[in-house]
Design a protein around this ligand. Structure first.
Ligand SMILES: [Mg+2]
Ligand SMILES: [Zn+2]
Length: 239
């Protein structure tokens, strides 16, 4: 798997010249599946055996409900007082390379912001655990009630039909003053915002979306694949 991933990387780098990270860069990074090893919602649903959660996910995939309805209804099925829930959230697995990415953006003076259609609750817990609580993020707000989680969406309801937390709205709010936008993501909720970015690191569903619309991207497996490209830049190879 590792060698396949670096082969892809070499191929992508042969096509695309990427300058090394600098202080005129805005780096926008998805959380679930990109920073975290797994999608947190699906992990919680699987480990807590929340059948309802998956049923709601299926309804969303069939286009019967919006992202907002999906997220709101799914998290309502989660009982945050359960010890196994707290245990899971306290120990979310983070992909290798994340701390290096944060360190690199700090050293180079680039701005790194996590954009997530997930919950601020588990992002905050994870960043605190890693000693990265100063890192910026924009996510949906979770209110933990005794037996369910209530979601509050940060974007106005009429701003976007598609997202809970609309990453594209955040992109337009954050980008003034930056010369280059760099995007890292893996999912459908990254599809829209990444369209406006100069450099896209993509895997899984986002890679498929980029391929379909003919947007160049750098494939990656973990953030360990991303860090060297941003640290050194990639060189256009003659071949
Ligand atoms: Mg994701
Ligand atoms: Zn949106």
């Amino acid at each position: 798997m590792g060698s396949t991933s670096s082969e892809f990387l070499r191929e992508a780098m042969a096509q695309q010249r990427i300058a090394a990270l600098n202080d005129r860069d805005l780096v926008l990074c998805d959380f679930d599946g990109t920073v975290s090893a797994e999608d947190t919602g699906l992990l919680v649903a699987r480990e807590l055996r929340l059948e309802r959660f998956f049923e709601i996910e299926e309804r969303w995939r069939r286009g019967e409900i919006s992202s907002r309805e999906c997220l709101r209804d799914q998290w309502r099925t989660v009982d945050p007082s359960r010890a196994d829930f707290r245990e899971l959230i306290a120990n979310l697995e983070v992909n290798p390379g994340f701390e290096e990415l944060v360190a690199l953006t700090g050293v180079r003076g680039a701005r790194l912001v996590i954009l997530s259609d997930g919950l601020d609750y588990y992002i905050r817990m994870t960043l605190e655990r890693l000693g990265l609580e100063r890192l910026e993020y924009r996510a949906n707000h979770a209110v933990l009630h005794e037996h369910h989680v209530e979601l509050q969406f940060p974007c106005p309801a009429d701003a976007c039909d598609f997202c809970g937390n609309c990453k594209t709205l955040w992109l337009f709010e954050l980008r003034p003053g930056f010369e280059r936008l760099i995007y890292l993501g893996d999912g459908i909720s990254d599809g829209c915002a990444s369209r406006y970015c100069d450099v896209v690191f993509a895997k899984d569903l986002l890679a498929g979306i980029c391929r379909e619309r003919g947007q160049e991207f750098v494939p990656f497996e973990t953030l360990e694949d991303v860090v060297p490209v941003l640290r050194d830049g990639s060189v256009l190879r003659a071949r």
